[in-house]
Design a protein around this ligand. Sequence first.
Ligand SMILES: [Zn+2]
Length: 384
Amino acid sequence: MAITPLRCNLRQGGCYRSYRNGSIYWSTATGAHMTVGAIAGRWASLNWERGFLGYPTTDENCTLVNSGCVQKFQGGRIYWQPNTGANPIAGGIGFHWDQTAAERGPLGYPISGENCALVAGGCVQNFQGGYVYWQPSIGSHAVHGALGAKWVQMGYELSPLGYPVSDESCGGTPLSCSQYFQGGTITWPTFAGVSVTPSPSSTGVVVNKRRPNSPMNQTPPDLVWVGSQLMRSEAAWQFSQLVSGASAAGVPVTTVSGFRSYDTQVGLYNSYVSQYGRAVADTISARPGFSEHQTGLVMDVGNPNGACSLQACFENTPAGEFVRNHAWQYGFIIRYTWANDWATGYTYEPWHLRYIGVRTATDMHNRGYQTLEQHFGLAAAPTY
Ligand SMILES: [Zn+2]
């Protein structure tokens, strides 16, 4: 029994009529199809035939796994399932989801629509079992499972890893899975923990006594001046924010040593060796090529009066206390803490700030500042 008269003059000359339990929409291109229930409600919320979905091209099909239903439209589909409600799927993300076997695959049903407010024009859609990301220069890739959980923990696309540039691929005996991201790789050998390997050019790069700069004599391309020192541009901007924040809190923080070239490190290390011998030099200075300062992501900081400069007692000076309590808020960690020399092979350096990005630094802070090695699931590096 119709509860409204036939109404026409819709987009592309379409018509509809409402009934007690739904409506029938008709257009010359799509024919007549019924919309009912939650799917009809979701379609209405997306502006009916005037939205990106256009007219329905099928009726509902409720024969999907786990009691799901789907209805197709000109511009996409709407899926409904008792646990997820009704959500649209379309475009590159929908195409990619289909390739993972859609609702029958590891991602399951969509639990949201697309969110296209991400950095660099990216979009994401959430599914029961993970995410599909789309970004104009990369395309669509799924993130799920143990690898996806690590990426989420790192800070999603805002981490130094950035967007996924591949899907997960698994193989070998024992089985191992890997996924590539803009800024590195996450690997999950199923017999061990998940590990993150940032690429050499990433702001997440890990340099230690087992992982030299790559190439060994590299100079980052985007160094800019911070006072009298150099840092990579993103780190420099965040460091200037840290200095402003400290200043606002009445604590002046000065720069002592930022980027150091391979050649500079040769001279520095050799001077320590001639002064203290090689064994001691290795605990206080990196061998050439192995210095984190060469990444351009590090700043040694101090007090303007030089109090406790490059000494452990720096931690109790005004600048030392500020960076201990607040550096993470600007994306920096104290790389060589007193509790972690077993993992880093360096003695406590409360002045040595390493930029790692706000998301990762915040996560590490919330977990109690483990080393980068532990946080990324990489081997400890106490010796060369
Ligand atoms: Zn340092």
